[in-house]
Each structure stands twice: as C-alpha cells, then as structure tokens.
Design a protein around this ligand. Structure first.
Ligand SMILES: Nc1ncnc2c1ncn2[C@@H]1O[C@H](COP(=O)(O)OP(=O)(O)O)[C@@H](O)[C@H]1O
Ligand SMILES: [Mg+2]
Length: 434
C-alpha cells in the first residue's frame, strides 16, 4: 500500500473534514493496512452523517478484528435487521462463535446457505461439520469410518417383536447367509426395511440386534445429523457412509429419523433436501456400486412424511409397524432388562399387566426409578436391598405411558391418508374396523 496516497488523502481531509467519500476512502485504506483502530475512528465520523448498512458493517468488522465482539454483535445485528447478505451474515456467524453462541451461529450458517447454496467457507465448514452432536445418534466426527460399530446385542435381548424378527430374518438375514439359494430360485436380494411406530418401542434396538445376530458391522446415523452437521455437504457424506459400509461387509446401516427427508417437511431447505433425497435413493439403488452384503434398515416415528419414492421395489419395500409391546412382550422385556440386577422373586406377570401401553423405553425408566428409590433406602443403613415386585409396580403407577400420544396423531393418518392400506396395522392395533 502506498503510504504517500494515504498522507495526501489525510491532508485533503484536514481541509474538508465533511467530505464523506474522501473519509470513506481513508477508512478503506486503513482497513487494507489492517489498521483497524484508525479505520474505526473514521468510520465513526462517517456514520454520524451516513449511517448506511455498508458503513455500519465496516465498523462492525473493525470491532471484530480488534476482538471487541460484544460491540460487533450489537452493530451487525442492526445491520442484519435491515438487510441479510452473505457477507453480513458471515461476520455475524463468526462473531457468535467468538461469543460461544454455537447454536445460534449454526442457525446463521444455515441462513447463509439458504441464501447462497454454493457458499463455501473452509473454517466455518470445519466447525459445523464436526460439532453439534447431542442427539442419540453415534455421529461424532465427519470421518465415516468412526461410525462403524460392532455390537453384541442379539435378537434374544429384544422382547416380543416376533413378526419384525421374522421379516428381518427372511428379508435380510437369510438372503445374506444363503445367497446362492436365493439366486438359484431367481429371488432378488436387496432392498431395505422401514420400521415405524411410537418412540421407545425398539426400532433402534432391533436394528442393532440385527447386526449382532449376524456378527455384522453396524452404522447408526440420523438423517437430521447428516443434514445439520454437514450443511452443504450432505450428499457427499451420505455417499461416504455407504462407501464405508461397502468396504466393511457385512454391514447393517441403520438410518434413523428418515422422515426428516420427507418432501412435506418445511423445515429443510427444499432444494438442499431434494439433492440429499436423490443421493440417498441412488445409494439405496446401488447404482455404480455393489450393495451385496449391505443391509439397510430405516426408522421413523412419522412415516406419513416419507417421500413415496422411498417405497419403490428395491428400496424400502417392506414397511413394518413396530407396535408397543403386548403383555407377553412386556413380560419378556422386564425379564431382559432386570437380568443382572439385584432382584428378589419379581413377579414378571404382574409387572407386565400393570404396565399397559408402556413402551420398552418406559419399562427401562420404571426400573430406573425403582432402583433410585431403593438406593435412597439403602443409604440409610448402607445395605443394598434387592428390588421387589412392589418397588417396580410403585414406579409404574407414578408414570404415564408414552405411546398414547403418538397414536392420537397416527390414528388420523391411518384413517384419512391410508394410502393402499399402508397403515392398516395401526387401525388393527387400535381395534378400528374399516
Ligand atoms: N422390545 C424391546 N426389548 C428390549 N428392550 C427394549 C425393547 N424396546 C425398547 N427397549 C428398550 O428401550 C430403549 C429405547 O428403545 P429404542 O430402540 O431406542 O426405541 P425407538 O428406536 O423405537 O425409539 C432401548 O434401548 C431398550 O433398552
Ligand atoms: Mg430410535
């Protein structure tokens, strides 16, 4: 930078201090020279008479560069209230990160991508692609290989769900183990199973058990995670995940919250959503790649939001309702979950009867609550006491079954949007005759 130009302009400015274009030029030169405090002084004077968004943005940048983040925030928020451009939002996003407001920064980052899908910023991308876990998914990093898990959960640790187990066995386990037989009869292998139903009733659990049953690798991903953590890069990451699975066969890929890709959902950017959906379908179809030995299971609490394209043959061509456990299933879930815990002649039948409408997760909670109470008691004399039937029924009576709420909305879809009898299982479960 030519300092003599700056000196000339400064001299000129002495003579005509109200010349705003001149002062702007001076401020710009200072900014180019990284002399932000000098630039700031001139910008403040400029803004006294010309408080445009542009000038305020420049001032905010000067504050930011001088690490005055609170001031930056105040000014840039004013600017954005008037007008949202990617430049303004970028500064805002960076400022929020400096102020440790990550969630809000992520929202701003999403907004930038809404405005400009091609926007790219390496350092912001790095931050948002790896952070922001906190859901029950296993994602912690953007390196797909890390999501591969081995699991020792097997079908025998899943109570009830007989029909689901049979379907999974027939549709995805047997074909994997007896590939040649299937081929000999000309039976097509492939396609996935979509599990739907109220939360906490074992969708994730059975997916994991499927992997354990055949000693396969297990990849558990939530679509929301893919969309959130890899903003702008979702397709690439989906592809990486499937590629990783293909390199680690046999492998069960479990994709949770599939409804998040639903065309009806308005909370994802429409175009971004569409590309991810297309990529996902391409991966399912196994175009240009070999999906042999890859088992795909999907889960959702809201199947009605799912794009019908997902249900075509070779994709999720089986859709299975995972109902809340019936009395027999609850009995076996209690048995499974109490295994290894200090209990005294617990009457499983009573527990199963008393826990009507409970999900598997509710059953877990009832045991947890009973254990906590027991712990409190044991503190008094320091002697651990076994759980009894009464302890658990007491806990049950304090709880509200969590599955009912789901059915109140599911019922409407089953009654009024029951495309080709897709939700007949829900109606059957509710004893509604058509
Ligand atoms: N059928 C079942 N057998 C044994 N445990 C179950 C069963 N269903 C649910 N659970 C327990 O409840 C927890 C939550 O279930 P999960 O599979 O995450 O539900 P979903 O994925 O349907 O929301 C599981 O981790 C497991 O401990
Ligand atoms: Mg789940």
């Amino acid at each position: 930078m030519d300092n003599s130009l700056l000196n000339t302009l400064l001299e000129a400015l002495e003579l005509s201090p109200d010349n705003i274009p001149l002062r702007s030029q001076v401020a710009n030169i200072y900014m180019d020279l990284f002399e932000y405090s000098n630039a700031e002084k001139h910008l403040l004077k400029i803004i006294e008479v010309a408080d445009t968004n542009k000038n305020k943005y420049l001032l905010a940048r000067c504050y930011f560069e001088q690490e005055k983040y609170n001031l930056t925030e105040v000014i840039i928020e004013e600017v954005i209230a008037n007008q949202e451009t990617t430049d303004y939002l970028e500064l805002y996003c960076e400022c929020l990160l400096k102020l440790n407001q990550k969630d809000q920064a992520l929202e701003v980052y999403k907004r930038i991508l809404e405005i400009d899908a091609k926007y790219y910023n390496d350092s912001l991308d790095d931050i948002f692609r790896i952070k922001n876990t906190g859901t029950d998914s296993d994602f912690t990093d953007n390196d797909a290989i890390k999501f591969i898990k081995k699991t020792n959960v097997k079908f025998d640790s899943v109570g009830g769900m007989q029909k689901v187990k049979e379907e999974i066995d027939l549709k995805i386990i047997k074909p994997l183990l007896h590939k040649d037989l299937y081929k000999a009869y000309g039976k097509k292998i492939g396609g996935g199973i979509l599990l739907y139903g109220p939360p906490g009733c074992g969708k994730t659990h059975i997916a994991k058990a499927t992997a354990g049953e055949i000693d396969a690798n297990f990849i558990n991903i939530g679509i929301n995670d893919i969309l959130d953590m890899w903003l702008g890069n979702s397709e690439k990451n989906l592809h990486e995940i499937f590629e990783t699975a293909r390199q680690h066969k046999p492998c069960v890929i479990f994709i949770d919250e599939i409804d998040a890709l639903g065309a009806n959902r308005n909370d994802i950017n429409k175009t971004a959503g569409r590309t991810v959906i297309n990529q996902f379908l391409a991966e399912l179809d196994g175009i240009d790649s070999d999906n042999d030995g890859i088992l795909v299971l999907g889960a959702t609490n809201a199947p009605w939001y799912i794009d019908p394209a997902f249900r075509r043959p070779g994709r999720f061509d089986r859709i299975i309702f995972v109902a809340p456990p019936d009395v027999e299933a609850r009995k076996s879930i209690y048995q499974i979950q109490l295994k290894g815990k200090p209990v005294e002649s617990v009457d499983l039948k009573t527990l199963a009867k008393k826990s009507k409408d409970f999900s598997g997760a509710d059953i877990s909670s009832s045991i947890d609550i009973a254990i906590e109470e027991k712990l409190q008691e044991s503190f008094k004399d320091g002697i651990p006491k076994p759980l009894t039937t009464k302890d658990i029924t007491k806990a049950i009576s304090k709880m509200k079954p969590s599955t009912k709420e789901w059915f109140s909305s599911a019922k409407n879809y089953a009654l009024y949007a029951n495309d080709a009898g897709l939700y007949d299982d829900i109606l059957n479960y509710l004893n509604i005759k058509q």
